[in-house]
Write a new protein. Sequence first.
Length: 147
Amino acid sequence: MSASEKPDFVLETYIKTTPKELWTALTDGEITKHYFQGDASIESTFETGADYVYTSAQGNRMLIGEILEASPYTRLAMTFLPAFMDRPETLSKNLYEIEELPNACKLTISHFGVTPELQGVRNGWAKIAARLKTYLETGIVLDLAED
């Protein structure tokens, strides 16, 4: 993602954690299933150019894409394609940025190329961020009603 690209959606949150713990929470499928929608776990090598897949607890592919950039503890960029759509015109990109602060981390989630079919990502990211923050700070899985 170039510096000139403007995201369609940005969410910032502050989490009492370390960059390493936050990175691990974003890239470890055993952890993502505690906060990602559909209790989805992620699988990838997290190397630039590698594929990734989020798989629901029921075994359904939810999101698929490619790792565009992986800078451990600071930045993770990836294409974003809901597997049920699997159409090139719905391909977008998301970016996680981790900034270390004295007693916490600032997590910025940006989403680029939000098409009308993807308007639900705004609500989805808000729930994911709330669940992630709760899980990392308390170890409790936050139960939010699914829409």
